[in-house]
Ligand binder design. Structure first.
Ligand code: ANZ
Ligand code: ZN
Length: 831
């Protein structure tokens, strides 16, 4: 009786109409549009379920806002630079550019098949010179602002390929520990592991190279404190960012250092250590600085043992650094006792944490304890635990207690001492440090934005003038190392300052730079005298809703916050935070595992029809929840689509309707209103799964309404149109089809969001529904001309069964109502 819903044909038709009418293009006179954005995809070649979920969420919300009368900015683009393109090019005898463009074509087609409503006139692609020239321009502005540094940093190095390797290109081989492994594994009994080059299997070493950094640490405090104000962000993401930034309160403590002859060492009269436990200061038995500390370098100038250790430590993999170290011939003077302490250079002291130097308190710190045991240093207990005692020779006491061996502070609690000691001694200065490191943006790779610098023998490094931007990538050549380095025509240039011979920088930028400001380019993708239109940015930013996977909770979301603040300080932006509401979408699981192409368990979105897939990922769970993909549940939303289509078709072709109104029509009408109010509420809260079940509920009610007697024409039509409108943001093709059948003109994607015709104030509705249900049921039953009155009872009862449980749990319905509903509900509903 109902005609079959041919989704492929319906989708194709409406996609054609939308495109013909440019319905998703932001109008030219838009004022402060609602900016809805999904994290743009990396051009890997195909959409996966994570993308589908991400973009189904943004699309549903964008459409919902559009139907509410907002101008909506909902753009899409491509995160197109990066190593995978380069690798694919090597494997497939292609070049990164062609490979990437082919991926973009395929992925754009897939997005179009899904019917996502993007303003494609704003499409951006980060590997195109029109885009990356602004990466270079922004690099220069950050440089001028003092936010760029050029410094030696340690990188993975393959001696055979003579190239730098990204961490992802280093493979770890585990094997039985054997004597044969050269030099390694002498310290610990753990499985011997070798890190080898992904391509030639040669063991990977480390090298120090000069690299470019963005000094994001200048913003550590702001980025940390700003999180408190991001009320539209999930707490989980904010906490992850807090931990990553790693704010630590503590003290700098100054120790005088002297050489054996009693003189100062180079320029060092004192060394500051950073400690979070000032109350343990009397337990300090040595001082240690990291191999990268300037004091270590100064000592290395005259001390060969130290020099050898420093060189060796810097080439080691971070994870292989144990508790080795060398003693210098310097002495540190304890600021409180005057005791003379040995000074070590030790690999476990990290260069970039705190001040890069520590006071060693072996009795109360695990790492210091290990180090002291390794080097036979005294372990002095200065905090006595209040409970059972600990032998600090065998393990450190990390907790609180009472001070001992601490002069005038003996007997104080550790917490009181932590206040008093720093307050009473000048050597202490309250300080805050952050674990956050500067952002290393250099990549020794081809497929990225060339860093706009030339190196001149006379002038040092010189920025490429703005007029000469973009520095374009030369053609790709196949080599083992960095293809940019291999091309003399690219490398050899002249110095913009002195005109002398110079070499172009061959590092390219980390692709996270591309994605750190792309949301601004969408505002004015075509302007060619600035990265973005500042006036529009002031009016349109921040992004109202940003949706993406939680794998970006740290880096990407931190980088966009950093860029936004830096641009604000450059005077290019007014806002300081880029995103108002963040949705961190959960994972789609399949057999309990993350659905991904690499695991081979991706269910191609097309398998069920594009719209079924997008509706399902919305219906399955709250956007921030993980959920399991099951064929059965997909079937559920497929059935809903078929049923709505069937009802609309039958309404046109075969359903008898009557014109006059009867009393129970009022009940259905009111349910329509209630559904509108509830679904609206759910969209506002991004609870699409709840919206779907409300829509399902109304569809059920209308089916019964039609099934049991002749429905009233106007009420029934309104019910069906309402369903079409309410589902339109999530299943727009189906909705257009329904809308078209029921109304014959106009597009539902451009229709106004439905509004209740009656007051649906929640408490009021709830009370009234309880009061009137019984009356309704009686009225309906009493209506003589109804052929099967008991069936009408079922309509109401079935509907009330879940409604009572679900929505009115706290309202105590009259006993009589409950009883009746109970009695009616025990019969099987006829559906
Ligand atoms: C003395 C002390 C005594 C410390 C004590 C702790 C316990 P956590 O412990 O992770 O919160 N530290 C400071 N700078 C360092 C560096 N560059 N490399 C390695 N370790 C460093 O971190 C704070 C502690 O880490 C600091 O407090 C310092 O050791 C160590 F009973 O100072 B403490
Ligand atoms: Zn020069």
């Amino acid at each position: 009786m109902t005609s079959h819903y041919d989704h492929a044909q319906v989708q194709e038709f409406w996609q054609y109409i939308w495109e013909r009418d440019d319905v998703y293009e932001l109008s030219e006179d838009a004022v402060d549009p609602t900016y809805v954005l999904g994290m743009f995809p990396y051009t890997s070649g195909t959409l996966h379920m994570g993308h589908v979920r991400n973009y189904a969420i943004t699309d549903a919300y964008a459409r919902y806002r559009r139907m509410n009368g907002d101008d909506v900015l909902h753009p899409m683009g491509w995160d197109a630079f990066g190593l995978p393109a380069e690798n694919a090019a090597h494997d497939r005898a292609s070049d990164p550019e062609s490979w990437t463009q082919a991926c973009i074509r395929r992925m754009r087609e897939e997005l179009e098949t899904m019917g996502f409503g993007y303003d494609w006139s704003r499409e951006i692609t980060t590997c195109e010179p029109e885009y990356y020239r602004w990466n270079q321009w922004l690099f220069k502005r950050l440089y001028e602002e003092g936010l760029v540094e050029y410094e030696a940093a340690s990188v993975n190095w393959c001696p055979d390929c003579e190239t730098v390797l990204a961490d992802a290109q280093v493979e770890v081989r585990s094997h039985e520990a054997s004597d044969g492994v050269d030099g390694a594994g002498d310290r610990e009994s753990r499985d011997a592991q070798t890190r080898v080059c992904w391509r030639c299997e040669t063991p990977v070493g480390r090298r120090e190279l000069d690299q470019w950094f963005f000094t994001i640490t200048d913003y550590a405090e702001e980025l940390h404190d700003g999180l408190d104000e991001l009320e539209g962000w999930p707490d989980g993401v904010r906490q992850i960012q807090r931990n990553w930034i790693g704010r630590q309160e503590g003290h700098r403590i100054s120790f005088e250092v002297t050489a054996p002859d009693g003189d100062a060492v180079a320029d060092f009269e004192s060394v500051d250590v950073f400690s979070t436990r000032p109350e343990t200061v009397y337990g300090a038995t040595y001082l240690a600085v990291s191999p990268g500390h300037e004091l270590a370098r100064a000592v290395a100038d005259t001390d060969e043992t130290v020099a050898a250790y420093v060189d060796d430590a810097r080439e080691r993999e971070p994870e292989s650094v144990g508790y080795d170290g060398v003693r210098t011939d310097l002495t540190a003077v304890h600021p409180l006792t005057g005791a003379e302490l040995p000074v070590y250079v030790a690999g476990y002291v990290l260069k970039d944490v705190g001040t890069g130097a520590v006071m060693g308190v072996p009795a109360h710190n695990e790492r210091d304890h290990e180090f002291a045991r390794e080097h036979d240093l005294p372990i002095e207990r200065v905090i006595v635990p209040d409970g059972e005692s600990v032998d600090v020779e065998s393990e450190p006491h990390l907790g609180d207690g009472t001070l001992a061996g601490s002069g005038e502070y003996d007997g104080l609690s550790s917490s009181a001492a932590a206040e008093r000691i720093p307050a009473e001694h000048e050597a202490f200065e309250a300080d805050v440090t952050y674990r956050l490191r500067d952002w290393l943006i250099s990549r020794q790779r081809y497929w990225g934005t060339p860093i706009p610098v030339v190196h001149c023998e006379d002038c040092g490094h010189v920025l490429v003038p703005d007029e000469e931007l973009p520095v374009e990538l030369p053609e790709f050549v196949r080599t083992t190392g960095n293809p940019l380095e291999a091309q003399e025509s690219f490398v050899e240039t002249t110095c913009p300052d002195c005109g002398g011979p110079a070499r172009r920088e061959t590092d390219t930028m980390d692709t996270f730079v591309d994605s750190s400001w792309y949301f601004l380019r969408f505002l004015s993708p075509d302007i060619d005298d600035a990265p973005f239109d500042a006036e529009l940015a002031d009016e349109w930013m921040p992004i109202d809703v940003y949706v993406g996977g939680d794998e970006h909770a740290i880096l990407h979301l931190l980088y966009i916050r950093f860029f936004t603040r830096a641009l604000a300080d450059l005077g290019l932006l007014e806002i300081r935070e880029p995103v108002e509401r963040l949705i961190s979408q959960g994972t789609v699981l399949y057999d309990g595992e993350k659905m991904s192409a690499s695991k081979g368990n991706t269910v191609a979105p097309q398998e069920y029809g594009a719209e079924t897939t997008r509706l399902f990922v919305l219906a399955a769970a709250h956007p921030e929840q993980d959920f399991e993909w099951t064929a059965n549940d997909v079937r559920g939303v497929y059935d809903l689509q078929q049923s709505l289509y069937g009802m609309a078709t039958a309404f046109i072709d075969e359903t008898d309707t009557r014109l006059e109104r009867r009393e129970h029509d009022e009940y259905v009408d009111r349910e329509i209103d209630r559904t509108i109010a509830t679904v609206t509420d759910e969209y506002e809260r991004f609870r699409f799964h709840r919206a779907v079940s409300e829509i399902q509920g109304l569809a059920r009610l209308l089916r019964r309404y039609r099934g049991y007697e002749t429905p009233q024409e106007e009420v029934y039509r309104r019910g069906l149109l309402t369903l079409a409108a309410l589902i339109a943001p999530m299943a727009p093709h189906l909705a257009e089809e329904l809308w078209n059948k029921l109304r014959g003109d106009g597009l539902v994607v451009e229709a106004a969001w439905p509004e209740p015709e009656r007051d649906t104030d929640d408490a009021h509705v709830a009370r009234r529904l309880v009061e009137t249900t019984l009356e309704d049921v009686r009225d309906i039953v009493d209506v003589a001309e109804i052929e099967a009155p008991e069936r009408i009872e079922l309509v109401v009862a079935e509907d009330w069964k879940y409604r009572l449980a679900d929505r009115l749990a706290e309202t105590d319905p009259a006993d009589e109502t409950a009883e009746l509903v109970d009695r009616l509900a025990t019969d099987d509903a006829v559906d």
